[in-house]
Design a binder for this molecule. Structure first.
Ligand code: F6P
Length: 364
């Protein structure tokens, strides 16, 4: 017979995004009001579990955080209990401290851990699950690249920021008759670029799923400029790459589950277009502005629904599952399935076809 659930833990792992606090609030309130369950907050992602930084979260602690960006628990996209860097004799060695992390969780009376994260954090949660800690995952990421859910919270907020940036670039592009290149995030998926590009009326959208030829981009932008509309907007996903070329890497972060940090393609594209078209071109790299600030109502709603559902699933005895949205329904899916596949843009899909029919080029 399984023990009655009295205490659960929650942590937020990986890069932050708007809507994390909505999940924390929903978990704490649903646990307390509906089920009389205590919640322990673990600070800075899995680091808090490795270093024992855990604190009780009361309903008072989560009051007023729904509209706040970031995460009140802090997060980390480096710490992995299965691979903890330790200095020994002047050298860094890596140790598996997962058993110790599970012991820390159990010492706090945590019977089940809700992990709010992207594919990296959810994979760690799955592996802790196989070591005997009960886990439930909640998917987040502005990249919207988890195949197992129709959408992740954080994406809508990032999309709103990127679209507003494009709108603002439009007016200054028009005043100066310039080409404006805007580089947006999204890692290996082009969802932010594609949807912000569509919503903002971009003239070119370059995404990782469709390798581009700069000459084709220039041809299309040139047609537009020389036919009288003397400015243009080019949206470039950070993971976009030329046909036959590779993605632009800005940085490598040691100890991160995915050490690659993309960036720089916006400037490359701008430099090439300026040369090919002999037209003043400027680049805006939107960066972490896309991850900061208040969540949109859609993300607050989704975070709230996911958080409440995670608690219900825990009470119902579910384990090693991830909460997800399919159609209009919030449900669970096995964690192993949830982290198995990234969701990327279909180059022949409806969104790409729609953009093409509006004469937006993808550079092919
Ligand atoms: O996964 C979210 C994300 O913002 C990506 O879009 C981006 O590539 C990456 O994280 C940036 O990571 P960091 O915050 O470590 O620079």
């Amino acid at each position: 017979m399984t023990d009655k659930l009295r205490r659960i833990g929650i942590l937020t792992g990986g890069g932050d995004c708007p809507g994390l606090n909505a999940v924390i609030r929903a978990v704490v309130k649903t646990a307390a009001y509906d089920h009389g369950i205590d919640v322990i907050g673990i600070e800075n992602g899995f680091e808090g579990l490795i270093r024992d930084r855990c604190r009780p979260l009361s309903t008072g602690d989560v009051s007023g955080i729904l509209a706040r960006g970031g995460t009140i628990l802090g997060t980390s996209n480096k710490d992995n209990p299965f691979r903890v860097p330790i200095r020994e004799n002047g050298e860094t060695v890596y140790r598996d401290l997962s058993e110790e992390a599970i012991r820390i969780a159990k010492r706090h009376g945590i019977q089940l851990l809700i992990t709010v994260g992207g594919d990296g954090s959810l994979s760690i949660a799955r592996d802790l699950g196989s070591r005997g800690l009960k886990v439930i995952g909640v998917p987040k990421t502005i990249d919207n690249d988890l195949d197992a859910t129709d959408v992740t919270f954080g994406f809508d907020s990032a999309l709103a920021v990127a679209t507003e940036a494009i709108d603002r670039l439009h007016t200054t592009a028009q005043s100066h008759q310039r080409i404006m290149v805007i580089e947006v995030m999204g890692r290996y998926a082009g969802w932010i670029a594609l949807q912000a590009g569509l919503a903002g009326g971009a003239d070119a959208i370059l995404i990782p799923e469709i390798p581009f030829q700069i000459e084709k981009v220039a041809e299309s932008i040139g047609d537009r400029i020389y036919s009288g509309r003397s400015f243009a907007i080019v949206v470039v996903a950070e993971g976009a790459a030329p046909a036959g070329g590779s993605m632009s890497v800005r940085d490598m972060i040691a100890d991160s589950p995915d050490p690659v940090r993309l960036g720089g393609i916006g400037n490359i594209v701008a430099g090439q277009l300026e040369k090919l078209l002999d037209r003043e071109t400027r680049t805006t790299v939107l960066g972490h502005v896309q991850r900061g600030g208040i969540p949109t109502p859609t993300d607050r709603m989704l975070g709230t629904r996911f958080g409440a559902h995670a608690v219900k699933a825990a009470v119902a005895g579910e384990n090693e599952v991830m909460v997800r949205l399919r159609g209009q329904v919030v449900e669970t899916v096995p964690l192993s399935e949830a982290v198995a596949k990234l969701r990327r843009v279909d180059p022949e899909g409806e969104l790409v076809r729609t953009a093409r029919s509006l004469h937006t080029t993808f550079g092919i």
